[in-house]
Design a protein around this ligand. Structure first.
Ligand code: NAP
Length: 315
């Protein structure tokens, strides 16, 4: 049995690709090693996905996408892919359960939070150092917490945390935020957020749990200690590209290059969503990428498989 399309990763990009591919009549499997929904699952309120004027939680949004993909016949497979290979035109993926073959592949493996890589960070992760305010924020009700970073994630999560906590120290390495202006303005107006500019964390201190952040001012080189039970790190994202074979072309940061049809440099292999080299990483751009990738994969299969339909759902 050969699938028309195998999609790797069930975040918004993969789910959208599955909806388009399955609805188009292609035999479609979507592989996810963890939880369907991807990174957006832990976002409390998605305010800018069109159609939900009162916002929707990331979890609810992706649950709806999954139901939609299933309605059109996409097959969800909970297996971890350990290798990707080629057998002529055919793509072969390996999991602990065995091998699966597909005419085309859509890579939607997404990204994960960047670590600061400073002493104490790894040891105290889950003990005060966190990468998920939605998961852990409520544990620090009426306490002061730190957020590290100056992008959309840091500022949005700082705003989210003000719902529970007494105070948020937002620690940023420059004196200007990277976040969108509308989000910045909300943060500047929020009396619970105090900004610590031009500053980086150089060590997390604590015995069993986080107790102190050792900070250094990048302009004055002054070192200070900030007593804190929780620090939420939001300093960007890194691509989940471990699986990608060496012949898939990546940018310097490890994101996949595609053309406007989401085609990678390998015939019949597409990429969509956060794993892609792109200017904007949003749910709406991920779902759009997924749709284009599925459409392109179908065109590619028609052009390259004389027996299109013989083994897939088109028979
Ligand atoms: P990001 O935009 O790359 O911002 C990362 C932030 O962390 C930057 O302010 C950066 O500082 C800082 N940083 C990086 N490395 C650091 C280090 N070693 N030490 C201290 N600070 C460091 O990442 P993000 O905020 O996670 O966002 C990722 C993508 O998702 C972006 O495209 C963003 O627009 C998108 N996003 C959108 C929304 C939304 O629209 N609602 C919400 C969340 C995320 P510099 O500014 O000095 O480089």
């Amino acid at each position: 049995m050969i699938y028309d399309v195998i999609i790797i990763g069930a975040g918004p990009a993969g789910l959208s690709a599955a909806i388009y591919s399955a609805r188009g009549g292609l035999k479609t499997a979507i592989f996810e090693k963890a939880i369907v929904g991807g990174q957006i699952n832990v976002t409390e309120e998605v305010e800018n996905y069109p159609g939900f004027e009162d916002s929707i939680s990331g979890f609810e949004l992706t649950a709806k996408m999954r139901a939609q993909a299933e309605r059109f016949g996409a097959e969800f497979v909970e297996e971890e892919i350990t290798a990707i290979g080629l057998d002529g035109l055919c793509k072969v993926i390996e999991t602990p359960e065995g091998k699966h073959r597909a005419k085309s592949l859509i890579i939607c493996t997404g990204a994960h939070p960047r670590r600061l890589n400073v002493p104490g960070e790894e040891r105290l992760t889950g003990r005060g150092v966190s990468y998920c305010a939605t998961c852990d924020g409520a544990l620090y009700r009426d306490k002061a917490v730190a957020v590290i970073g100056g992008g959309d994630s840091a500022v949005e999560e700082a705003l989210f945390l003000t719902r529970f906590v007494k105070k948020v120290y937002l620690i940023h390495r420059r004196d200007e935020l990277r976040a969108q202006k509308i989000i910045q303005e909300r943060a500047f107006k929020n009396p619970k957020i105090e900004f610590i500019w031009d500053t980086v964390v150089q060590e997390f201190h604590g015995d069993k749990r986080l107790e102190k952040l050792e900070l250094v001012n990048r302009k004055t080189h002054e070192i200070s200690m900030l007593e804190m039970e929780a620090a939420f790190v939001y300093v960007g994202i890194l691509p989940n590209n471990e699986l990608l074979e060496s012949r898939i072309e990546l940018d310097d940061a490890g994101f996949v290059y595609t053309n406007e049809n989401m085609h990678t440099n390998v015939p019949g292999i597409y990429a969509a969503g956060d794993i892609r080299h792109t200017v904007l990483r949003q749910v709406v751009t991920a779902t759009s990428d997924g749709a284009v990738a599925a459409w392109s994969a179908e065109k590619w299969i028609i052009e390259n498989y004389d027996d299109f339909g013989a083994e897939g759902a088109h028979q």
